[in-house]
Write a protein that binds this ligand. Structure first.
Ligand SMILES: O=C(O)CCC(=O)C(=O)O
Ligand SMILES: [Fe+2]
Length: 285
């Protein structure tokens, strides 16, 4: 049975960087997760992204399939993602649209006629969230008692492979008695950090000790205006497992398809080029 969890709240606008860094340290050791408030991404822009996300996912599947994933960019239809490699779990009940660095030519976009202003809205949001990610990383360096500009100095922020996904959970499996079907099955994220914006519909759960049996899953409620931030595998390794060890998460999902509260989420996964892994690891023990 899952209980609700109250995650620590980190304020990105606080002038006291050392106490913010301390709060991050504690959150990353204890939970691997925290809420990020006053992050500077305009609420109106976030609303527009959710609106555009709903516009895209409401298109007929044939139209969405014209943008099917190539080079990990574009549309992933229902059940094609399976975050938990366990063979007993079915594909995840979600569809997604992924994009990455804006200048590398790999992104795919719906046409301006089909979805006016879609690309510009989503690109603006991508850039804003990427700059939040960069600010947060300097605080994470500080939280490890390292120089704030460590990641920058080591070149880890050069051409970052920052990925962003628009996620849609239709809730198709909710009538099923199969408990093992999830919107997003149990996993950890592969990058440095993930920032997740939600439309307030619950579903995210975390397990702080994945090797413990039975596993204890706790609900993570949304906090209005906040990103839910979590540490990914790469950062876990770079900190020599000081942060987020044994933690994993999933999405139980809550909303039936075509109900008035369609579930739509955006997540931005910031992943840095593998070449930076060695460089950064040297600085952290
Ligand atoms: O949407 C959620 O609640 C979680 C999504 C997630 O964990 C992921 O895409 O990595
Ligand atoms: Fe995740």
């Amino acid at each position: 049975m899952a209980g609700a969890l109250q995650l620590p709240v980190v304020d990105l606008s606080s002038p006291d960087r050392f106490s913010t860094a301390n709060a991050i340290r504690q959150a990353c050791i204890e939970h691997g997760f925290f809420y990020l408030v006053n992050h500077g991404v305009d609420e109106e822009l976030v609303k527009k992204v959710f609106e555009q996300s709903r516009n895209f996912f409401s298109l007929p599947v044939e139209d969405k399939m014209k943008l099917v994933q190539r080079n990990h960019r574009g549309y992933a239809r229902l059940y094609t993602i399976k975050l938990d490699p366990n063979p007993s779990t079915k594909g995840d009940t979600r569809e997604a649209f992924y994009m990455g660095p804006l200048a590398d030519g790999h992104n795919q976009w719906p046409s301006e006629e089909d979805l006016p202003s879609w690309r510009s809205t989503v690109e603006t949001y991508y850039q804003k969230v990427a700059s939040v990610g960069t600010k947060l990383l300097s605080l994470i360096a500080l939280s490890l008692n390292l120089d704030e500009d460590l990641f920058e100095k080591l070149g880890a922020l050069n051409d970052p492979l920052a990925m962003m996904g628009l996620l849609h959970y239709p809730g198709d499996h909710l009538d099923s008695s199969n408990e093992e079907i999830y919107g997003a099955s149990a996993h950890s994220d592969f990058g440095m950090i993930t920032l997740l914006a939600t439309d307030g519909v619950p579903g995210l759960q975390i397990c702080r000790e994945k090797s413990e049996q039975p596993q204890v899953w706790e609900d993570v409620p949304s906090l209005s205006g906040a990103f839910i931030v979590n540490i990914g595998d790469m950062m876990e390794r770079w900190t020599n497992y000081q942060y987020c060890i044994e933690c994993c998460h999933r999405n139980k999902n809550a909303t039936p398809w075509r109900s008035s509260r369609t579930r739509a989420r955006t997540a931005s996964l910031n992943v840095w080029k593998p070449v930076a892994v060695n460089l950064v690891r040297q600085g952290i023990d």
